[in-house]
Design a binder for this molecule. Sequence first.
Ligand code: 2NE
Length: 275
Amino acid sequence: LNWQTAKTYEDVLYYKAEGIAKIAINRPQKRNAFRPKTISELCDAFCDAREDTTIGVVLFTGAGPHTDGRYAFCSGGDQSVRGHGGYLDDAGIPRLNVLDLQRLIRSMPKVVIALVAGYAIGGGHVLHLICDLTIAAENAIFGQSGPKVGSFDGGFGASYLARVVGQKKAREIWFLCRQYNAQQALDMGLVNTVVPIEQLEAEGVQWAQEILEKSPTAIRCLKAAFNADCDGQAGLQELAGNATLLYYMTEEGKEGKQAFLEKRPPNFRDFPWLP
Ligand code: 2NE
């Protein structure tokens, strides 16, 4: 496709072509971890795509590879700007504004397809999860990391994950923080298909073009219908966001972040497993 730049940002690339929008996180040197500014820019681009009546499908991806040759969709919140209560914006205000982005992707009446090459980890894993469809490259790696780095997503990251892969698998994913390859993700219903990395975008465009042949109103009603079944999870998301904010203020939460930044294993041994 002849992608045209739709808007220019610092952390995000945004293109449009033939009814399709392509939005990419552009921080490959950080495995596409997001800071509050990244999320504000993503929300701006997604809002623009939602408002544009010529756009029916959004491809959401991560720019790459990094100079070390490795790819990432997104590695979650940028731990280097994590402060007391959230991720600090330029004014020093702690934010968990990725929750706003989750709600936007979920509620916009257009189809959002995640194209995942490399890592989709932590809050980055939840971002692919919340998309309507996921196409994985063969090198994709999926997982949650919160209990290692002093974080959790008790909203869609827990309850919607359990809807997608089942309670047992979702608990395994969160409690053990293992990483899963593309084939394992396909086997557990976490992604729709797996393709060689060279074909990732072309496959996304192909899926988008098939969707664009369909009735916009039927598609929007179906997306709303699939969402409605899980709408209680939207309330859980807001409550869980508050719990995460409070957890980020604790010594236990801070130990996880600090360990990641110091490139050492976390030491949670001093914190009790309360009854
Ligand atoms: C993604 C992963 C597994 C990749 O590992 P590897 O070995 O391929 O790369 P490396 O060396 O860890 O990362 C490359 C560079 O990117 C930075 C690293 O620090 C490193 O920087 P340099 O040493 O080259 O300077 N980087 C990677 N991820 C980062 C991050 N999230 N924040 C800041 N810098 C990051 C490996 O990198 C990894 O495990 N990353 C962390 C994943 C993680 O725990 N994310 C946060 C989860 S919490 C969350 O996202 C969240 C939430 O739970 C609730 C609300 C909001 C957010």
